[in-house]
Design a protein around this ligand. Sequence first.
Ligand code: URA
Length: 235
Amino acid sequence: MRINKFIAAAGVCSRRKADELIAQGRVFVNGARVTEPGLDIAENDTVAVDGEKIGAAEKKQYIVLHKPDGFVTTMDDPFGRPTVMDLVTDVPARVFPVGRLDYHTEGLLILTNDGDFANHLMHPRNAIYKTYIAHVPGFPTLGKLAALRRGIQLEDGKTAPCKVTVIRQYPDGVDISISIREGKNRQVRRMIEAIGHKVTRLVRVSVGNVQLGHLPKGKWRHMTPREIEEIVKGR
Ligand code: URA
């Protein structure tokens, strides 16, 4: 990017004014005074005006990723496992994951560089529904499904009432749709374990009004302006 454009994008002044600052010898790149008005700068360059470091004002990005099984939801992993960050290297900003999905959990993960938006999504006060499809071998009784709906006593507290529906039956098990408004660690797996069953596959299919849909595994898309607005307005 041209140095004058970078200075303008950082909100310091207009491009024309930036050229004046350069001509006046007030702009430095990596500690060296800039003498060339048309200088191109690289992403890692440090730019300072009057001794003050400036940064590009990054555009806000809101991303939906289809997280595959076998990825950690952290910026990096001490064990060297693949991270969701490996799947968003082509997003035009440094985004971070909002909340967490377990290593083996698949499905919808939102990433953004908007800290306020991330806080809004995660704050318990906003109680945004997250819907998961759990594959469960065996056939939980109606009584056990009702217990899940009412709330389960876990070691870190009782879960809030939630929505539970059996959406598919197989010869050897069921798919259960479960919508929760909290985010305790491994919550869905622990709730289902507490009724004496196991989860062999867990996919998050929606967060609020945002749907995973047919987004292929490992791929991301931008959220639509409507999706962003509806999350913020709590619909
Ligand atoms: N509940 C779980 O058990 N795991 C997740 O990754 C998300 C919700």
